[in-house]
Design a protein around this ligand. Structure first.
Ligand SMILES: NCc1[nH]cc(CCC(=O)O)c1CC(=O)O
Length: 333
Protein backbone atom coordinates (compact mmCIF):
# COMPACT_ATOMS: atom_id res chain seq x y z
CA UNK A 1 0.00 0.00 0.00
CA UNK A 2 1.24 3.51 -0.82
CA UNK A 3 1.77 5.84 2.16
CA UNK A 4 -1.29 8.00 2.72
CA UNK A 5 -0.33 9.65 5.99
CA UNK A 6 1.48 12.96 5.60
CA UNK A 7 3.23 14.14 8.76
CA UNK A 8 1.06 15.83 11.38
CA UNK A 9 -0.54 18.36 11.13
CA UNK A 10 -0.93 17.95 7.35
CA UNK A 11 -2.74 14.78 8.20
CA UNK A 12 -5.17 14.85 11.08
CA UNK A 13 -6.96 11.53 10.97
CA UNK A 14 -9.72 12.85 13.24
CA UNK A 15 -10.97 15.18 10.46
CA UNK A 16 -13.14 12.60 8.72
CA UNK A 17 -14.58 11.53 12.10
CA UNK A 18 -15.88 15.02 12.88
CA UNK A 19 -19.58 14.47 12.21
CA UNK A 20 -22.05 11.73 11.40
CA UNK A 21 -22.14 13.03 7.83
CA UNK A 22 -18.36 12.77 7.45
CA UNK A 23 -18.25 9.37 9.11
CA UNK A 24 -20.94 8.16 6.73
CA UNK A 25 -18.91 9.30 3.73
CA UNK A 26 -15.80 7.36 4.73
CA UNK A 27 -17.52 4.25 6.09
CA UNK A 28 -15.98 1.12 4.59
CA UNK A 29 -18.56 -1.53 5.53
CA UNK A 30 -22.29 -1.67 6.15
CA UNK A 31 -24.66 -4.22 7.52
CA UNK A 32 -27.86 -4.68 5.51
CA UNK A 33 -30.83 -6.99 5.71
CA UNK A 34 -29.42 -8.85 2.67
CA UNK A 35 -26.61 -10.14 4.89
CA UNK A 36 -28.89 -12.13 7.19
CA UNK A 37 -29.78 -15.81 7.38
CA UNK A 38 -32.19 -16.59 10.21
CA UNK A 39 -31.83 -19.99 11.96
CA UNK A 40 -35.06 -21.28 13.51
CA UNK A 41 -35.93 -24.41 15.50
CA UNK A 42 -38.99 -26.48 14.64
CA UNK A 43 -40.91 -29.11 16.60
CA UNK A 44 -44.18 -31.04 16.46
CA UNK A 45 -47.47 -29.53 17.52
CA UNK A 46 -49.75 -26.72 16.58
CA UNK A 47 -49.52 -23.10 17.58
CA UNK A 48 -46.52 -23.87 19.79
CA UNK A 49 -43.79 -21.38 20.69
CA UNK A 50 -41.65 -23.09 23.29
CA UNK A 51 -38.92 -20.98 24.89
CA UNK A 52 -35.34 -22.29 24.99
CA UNK A 53 -33.93 -21.43 28.41
CA UNK A 54 -30.32 -20.94 27.32
CA UNK A 55 -31.32 -18.79 24.32
CA UNK A 56 -33.54 -16.01 25.67
CA UNK A 57 -35.85 -14.72 22.93
CA UNK A 58 -35.57 -17.87 20.78
CA UNK A 59 -38.41 -20.40 20.65
CA UNK A 60 -38.98 -23.84 19.20
CA UNK A 61 -41.83 -23.36 16.73
CA UNK A 62 -44.47 -25.73 15.45
CA UNK A 63 -44.72 -25.80 11.64
CA UNK A 64 -47.64 -23.35 11.49
CA UNK A 65 -45.67 -20.87 13.61
CA UNK A 66 -42.55 -21.44 11.48
CA UNK A 67 -44.58 -20.45 8.42
CA UNK A 68 -45.67 -17.25 10.17
CA UNK A 69 -42.01 -16.60 11.08
CA UNK A 70 -41.02 -17.07 7.43
CA UNK A 71 -43.76 -14.65 6.34
CA UNK A 72 -42.52 -12.07 8.81
CA UNK A 73 -38.93 -12.61 7.72
CA UNK A 74 -39.85 -12.16 4.06
CA UNK A 75 -41.80 -8.99 4.88
CA UNK A 76 -38.69 -7.64 6.60
CA UNK A 77 -36.58 -8.49 3.55
CA UNK A 78 -34.56 -11.29 5.19
CA UNK A 79 -33.36 -13.38 2.23
CA UNK A 80 -33.05 -16.77 3.90
CA UNK A 81 -34.28 -18.85 6.80
CA UNK A 82 -32.47 -21.95 8.09
CA UNK A 83 -34.36 -24.85 9.63
CA UNK A 84 -33.15 -26.95 12.56
CA UNK A 85 -35.32 -29.77 13.91
CA UNK A 86 -36.10 -30.73 17.47
CA UNK A 87 -36.77 -34.43 17.01
CA UNK A 88 -38.98 -36.43 19.30
CA UNK A 89 -36.56 -38.62 21.35
CA UNK A 90 -38.57 -41.74 20.42
CA UNK A 91 -37.53 -41.24 16.76
CA UNK A 92 -33.80 -41.20 17.49
CA UNK A 93 -31.97 -44.40 16.49
CA UNK A 94 -28.39 -45.64 16.05
CA UNK A 95 -28.77 -45.58 12.24
CA UNK A 96 -30.62 -42.22 12.21
CA UNK A 97 -33.25 -43.34 9.66
CA UNK A 98 -35.51 -40.40 10.56
CA UNK A 99 -32.91 -38.08 8.97
CA UNK A 100 -33.99 -38.99 5.42
CA UNK A 101 -37.68 -39.56 6.11
CA UNK A 102 -39.41 -37.35 3.50
CA UNK A 103 -42.00 -36.52 6.15
CA UNK A 104 -39.71 -35.72 9.05
CA UNK A 105 -40.34 -32.45 10.87
CA UNK A 106 -37.67 -30.62 8.91
CA UNK A 107 -38.89 -31.71 5.45
CA UNK A 108 -42.51 -30.93 6.29
CA UNK A 109 -41.43 -27.47 7.40
CA UNK A 110 -39.51 -26.89 4.15
CA UNK A 111 -42.62 -27.78 2.13
CA UNK A 112 -44.92 -25.64 4.25
CA UNK A 113 -42.65 -22.59 4.02
CA UNK A 114 -42.02 -22.95 0.27
CA UNK A 115 -45.78 -23.28 -0.30
CA UNK A 116 -46.65 -20.17 1.74
CA UNK A 117 -43.60 -17.95 1.13
CA UNK A 118 -41.90 -19.13 -2.08
CA UNK A 119 -39.73 -16.02 -2.28
CA UNK A 120 -37.72 -16.75 0.85
CA UNK A 121 -34.69 -19.03 0.41
CA UNK A 122 -34.89 -22.07 2.65
CA UNK A 123 -31.64 -23.45 4.00
CA UNK A 124 -31.31 -26.77 5.80
CA UNK A 125 -28.90 -28.53 8.12
CA UNK A 126 -27.29 -31.78 7.06
CA UNK A 127 -25.89 -33.76 9.97
CA UNK A 128 -27.22 -36.73 11.88
CA UNK A 129 -27.13 -35.32 15.42
CA UNK A 130 -30.83 -34.40 15.80
CA UNK A 131 -31.75 -37.98 14.80
CA UNK A 132 -28.93 -39.91 16.45
CA UNK A 133 -29.51 -41.86 19.67
CA UNK A 134 -25.97 -40.90 20.73
CA UNK A 135 -26.06 -37.25 19.68
CA UNK A 136 -23.18 -37.44 17.19
CA UNK A 137 -23.21 -35.98 13.68
CA UNK A 138 -22.22 -39.33 12.20
CA UNK A 139 -23.01 -43.01 12.60
CA UNK A 140 -21.12 -44.59 15.50
CA UNK A 141 -19.71 -48.12 15.32
CA UNK A 142 -17.71 -49.49 18.25
CA UNK A 143 -17.21 -45.99 19.57
CA UNK A 144 -15.90 -44.67 16.23
CA UNK A 145 -17.72 -42.13 14.04
CA UNK A 146 -17.55 -43.91 10.69
CA UNK A 147 -17.01 -41.61 7.73
CA UNK A 148 -18.13 -43.32 4.52
CA UNK A 149 -21.27 -44.91 5.91
CA UNK A 150 -22.22 -41.52 7.33
CA UNK A 151 -21.68 -39.85 3.94
CA UNK A 152 -24.09 -42.34 2.34
CA UNK A 153 -26.70 -41.42 4.97
CA UNK A 154 -26.06 -37.70 4.50
CA UNK A 155 -26.61 -38.03 0.74
CA UNK A 156 -30.03 -39.59 1.37
CA UNK A 157 -30.78 -36.73 3.76
CA UNK A 158 -29.68 -34.14 1.18
CA UNK A 159 -31.88 -35.64 -1.55
CA UNK A 160 -34.92 -35.73 0.75
CA UNK A 161 -34.40 -32.04 1.58
CA UNK A 162 -33.91 -31.10 -2.08
CA UNK A 163 -37.08 -33.04 -2.98
CA UNK A 164 -38.93 -31.08 -0.27
CA UNK A 165 -37.90 -27.84 -1.98
CA UNK A 166 -34.81 -26.63 -0.10
CA UNK A 167 -32.86 -23.91 -1.88
CA UNK A 168 -29.60 -24.21 0.07
CA UNK A 169 -28.24 -27.35 1.71
CA UNK A 170 -26.04 -26.82 4.75
CA UNK A 171 -23.81 -29.81 5.51
CA UNK A 172 -22.60 -29.22 9.08
CA UNK A 173 -21.31 -32.72 9.77
CA UNK A 174 -17.59 -32.36 8.86
CA UNK A 175 -17.28 -35.81 7.27
CA UNK A 176 -14.75 -36.17 4.43
CA UNK A 177 -16.08 -36.43 0.89
CA UNK A 178 -19.63 -35.40 1.62
CA UNK A 179 -19.78 -32.35 -0.65
CA UNK A 180 -18.69 -34.28 -3.73
CA UNK A 181 -21.05 -37.14 -2.96
CA UNK A 182 -23.99 -34.77 -2.46
CA UNK A 183 -23.21 -32.74 -5.56
CA UNK A 184 -23.05 -35.87 -7.72
CA UNK A 185 -26.33 -37.17 -6.27
CA UNK A 186 -28.06 -33.81 -6.79
CA UNK A 187 -26.94 -33.70 -10.44
CA UNK A 188 -28.16 -37.23 -11.01
CA UNK A 189 -31.55 -36.38 -9.48
CA UNK A 190 -31.88 -33.25 -11.66
CA UNK A 191 -31.57 -30.95 -8.66
CA UNK A 192 -29.11 -28.84 -10.60
CA UNK A 193 -30.14 -25.55 -8.98
CA UNK A 194 -29.84 -26.58 -5.34
CA UNK A 195 -26.97 -24.70 -3.70
CA UNK A 196 -24.58 -26.09 -1.10
CA UNK A 197 -23.37 -23.80 1.66
CA UNK A 198 -20.75 -25.97 3.29
CA UNK A 199 -19.87 -25.65 6.94
CA UNK A 200 -16.29 -26.10 5.73
CA UNK A 201 -14.36 -24.67 8.67
CA UNK A 202 -16.43 -25.85 11.59
CA UNK A 203 -14.57 -25.93 14.87
CA UNK A 204 -15.11 -28.26 17.79
CA UNK A 205 -16.46 -25.51 19.98
CA UNK A 206 -17.96 -25.13 23.43
CA UNK A 207 -20.02 -22.25 22.02
CA UNK A 208 -22.58 -24.73 20.61
CA UNK A 209 -23.94 -25.63 24.06
CA UNK A 210 -27.28 -23.78 23.90
CA UNK A 211 -27.96 -25.11 20.37
CA UNK A 212 -27.59 -28.67 21.61
CA UNK A 213 -30.24 -27.86 24.24
CA UNK A 214 -32.44 -26.38 21.52
CA UNK A 215 -32.37 -29.47 19.31
CA UNK A 216 -32.43 -31.81 22.30
CA UNK A 217 -29.00 -33.35 21.60
CA UNK A 218 -27.20 -32.34 24.81
CA UNK A 219 -28.46 -35.21 26.94
CA UNK A 220 -27.75 -37.81 24.26
CA UNK A 221 -24.22 -36.74 23.33
CA UNK A 222 -21.52 -39.03 24.67
CA UNK A 223 -18.00 -37.66 24.48
CA UNK A 224 -16.96 -34.82 22.20
CA UNK A 225 -16.81 -34.10 18.45
CA UNK A 226 -13.03 -33.70 18.25
CA UNK A 227 -12.47 -36.45 15.67
CA UNK A 228 -14.51 -34.64 13.03
CA UNK A 229 -14.85 -30.97 13.99
CA UNK A 230 -11.72 -28.80 13.81
CA UNK A 231 -9.19 -28.04 16.50
CA UNK A 232 -9.68 -24.37 17.55
CA UNK A 233 -5.88 -24.02 17.42
CA UNK A 234 -5.74 -24.39 13.62
CA UNK A 235 -5.96 -21.90 10.78
CA UNK A 236 -4.05 -23.39 7.79
CA UNK A 237 -6.19 -26.50 8.08
CA UNK A 238 -9.28 -24.33 7.56
CA UNK A 239 -7.89 -23.18 4.20
CA UNK A 240 -7.42 -26.79 3.10
CA UNK A 241 -10.98 -27.64 4.10
CA UNK A 242 -12.41 -24.63 2.28
CA UNK A 243 -10.44 -25.42 -0.88
CA UNK A 244 -11.43 -29.08 -0.70
CA UNK A 245 -15.15 -28.26 -0.39
CA UNK A 246 -15.01 -25.73 -3.24
CA UNK A 247 -13.29 -28.29 -5.47
CA UNK A 248 -16.05 -30.80 -4.62
CA UNK A 249 -18.85 -28.42 -5.64
CA UNK A 250 -19.75 -26.15 -2.73
CA UNK A 251 -21.24 -22.82 -3.88
CA UNK A 252 -20.70 -20.99 -0.62
CA UNK A 253 -18.59 -21.68 2.46
CA UNK A 254 -18.93 -21.04 6.16
CA UNK A 255 -16.76 -20.44 9.18
CA UNK A 256 -18.24 -21.45 12.52
CA UNK A 257 -18.39 -20.21 15.29
CA UNK A 258 -18.21 -16.54 14.33
CA UNK A 259 -16.81 -13.92 16.65
CA UNK A 260 -13.82 -15.89 18.02
CA UNK A 261 -12.90 -16.90 14.43
CA UNK A 262 -12.94 -13.61 12.50
CA UNK A 263 -9.29 -14.16 11.53
CA UNK A 264 -10.40 -17.28 9.67
CA UNK A 265 -13.18 -15.37 7.87
CA UNK A 266 -10.66 -12.81 6.66
CA UNK A 267 -8.23 -15.47 5.43
CA UNK A 268 -10.99 -17.30 3.54
CA UNK A 269 -12.17 -14.15 1.79
CA UNK A 270 -8.63 -13.05 0.91
CA UNK A 271 -7.42 -16.44 -0.30
CA UNK A 272 -10.49 -17.64 -2.20
CA UNK A 273 -12.74 -14.64 -2.92
CA UNK A 274 -15.85 -16.83 -2.77
CA UNK A 275 -19.21 -16.23 -1.04
CA UNK A 276 -18.17 -16.47 2.60
CA UNK A 277 -20.48 -16.79 5.61
CA UNK A 278 -20.07 -17.00 9.34
CA UNK A 279 -22.38 -18.48 11.94
CA UNK A 280 -22.87 -16.33 15.03
CA UNK A 281 -23.64 -19.42 17.07
CA UNK A 282 -25.94 -20.07 19.99
CA UNK A 283 -23.25 -19.48 22.64
CA UNK A 284 -22.36 -16.11 21.15
CA UNK A 285 -26.04 -15.18 21.13
CA UNK A 286 -26.47 -16.41 24.72
CA UNK A 287 -23.46 -14.39 25.96
CA UNK A 288 -24.71 -11.15 24.45
CA UNK A 289 -28.30 -11.70 25.57
CA UNK A 290 -27.28 -12.64 29.12
CA UNK A 291 -25.11 -9.56 29.52
CA UNK A 292 -27.83 -7.34 28.02
CA UNK A 293 -30.49 -8.80 30.31
CA UNK A 294 -28.29 -8.04 33.31
CA UNK A 295 -27.86 -4.49 32.13
CA UNK A 296 -24.13 -5.06 31.70
CA UNK A 297 -24.09 -4.34 27.97
CA UNK A 298 -26.32 -2.33 25.66
CA UNK A 299 -27.97 -5.26 23.85
CA UNK A 300 -28.92 -3.40 20.68
CA UNK A 301 -25.53 -1.81 20.26
CA UNK A 302 -23.49 -4.98 20.79
CA UNK A 303 -25.79 -6.87 18.44
CA UNK A 304 -25.21 -4.38 15.62
CA UNK A 305 -21.49 -4.06 16.36
CA UNK A 306 -20.95 -7.82 16.46
CA UNK A 307 -22.70 -8.26 13.11
CA UNK A 308 -20.89 -5.36 11.43
CA UNK A 309 -17.61 -6.98 12.54
CA UNK A 310 -18.42 -9.98 10.34
CA UNK A 311 -18.80 -7.71 7.31
CA UNK A 312 -15.49 -6.02 8.10
CA UNK A 313 -13.85 -9.46 8.37
CA UNK A 314 -14.93 -10.21 4.80
CA UNK A 315 -18.17 -12.12 5.27
CA UNK A 316 -20.95 -11.82 2.70
CA UNK A 317 -23.55 -12.88 5.23
CA UNK A 318 -24.15 -14.09 8.75
CA UNK A 319 -26.35 -16.78 10.23
CA UNK A 320 -27.70 -15.09 13.35
CA UNK A 321 -30.51 -15.60 15.82
CA UNK A 322 -30.73 -11.80 15.93
CA UNK A 323 -31.90 -11.67 12.28
CA UNK A 324 -35.53 -10.51 12.80
CA UNK A 325 -34.57 -8.05 15.55
CA UNK A 326 -31.78 -6.55 13.52
CA UNK A 327 -33.89 -6.45 10.34
CA UNK A 328 -36.53 -4.43 12.20
CA UNK A 329 -33.89 -2.07 13.52
CA UNK A 330 -32.32 -1.58 10.10
CA UNK A 331 -35.75 -0.92 8.61
CA UNK A 332 -36.58 1.78 11.15
CA UNK A 333 -33.11 3.37 10.99
N1 LIG B 1 -24.27 -30.49 13.44
C1 LIG B 1 -25.23 -29.80 14.06
C2 LIG B 1 -25.06 -28.34 14.25
N2 LIG B 1 -25.46 -27.46 13.32
C3 LIG B 1 -25.30 -26.19 13.87
C4 LIG B 1 -24.77 -26.32 15.14
C5 LIG B 1 -24.47 -25.22 16.12
C6 LIG B 1 -25.25 -23.95 15.96
C7 LIG B 1 -25.24 -23.07 17.16
O1 LIG B 1 -24.57 -23.33 18.17
O2 LIG B 1 -25.95 -22.04 17.09
C8 LIG B 1 -24.59 -27.68 15.38
C9 LIG B 1 -24.09 -28.19 16.68
C10 LIG B 1 -22.95 -29.09 16.76
O3 LIG B 1 -22.18 -29.26 15.81
O4 LIG B 1 -22.79 -29.69 17.82
Amino acid sequence: MRPTVAPFPATRLRRPRKSAAMRGLVRENTLTVNDLIWPIFVREGENVEEPIASMPGVNRLSIDRAVVAAEQAAALGIPAICIFPYTDPSLKTELCEEAWNPDNISNRTIRAIKAAVPEIAVMTDIALDPYNANGHDGIVRDGVIVNDETVAALVKMALAQADAGADILGPSDMMDGRIGAMRAALEKADHTDVAILSYSAKYSSAFYGPFRDAVGASGALKGDKNTYQMDPANSDEAMRLIERDLMEGADMVMVKPGMPYLDICRRVKDEFGVPTYAYQVSGEYAMLQAAAQNGWLDGEKVMLESLLAFKRAGCDGILTYFAPTVAKLLKSA
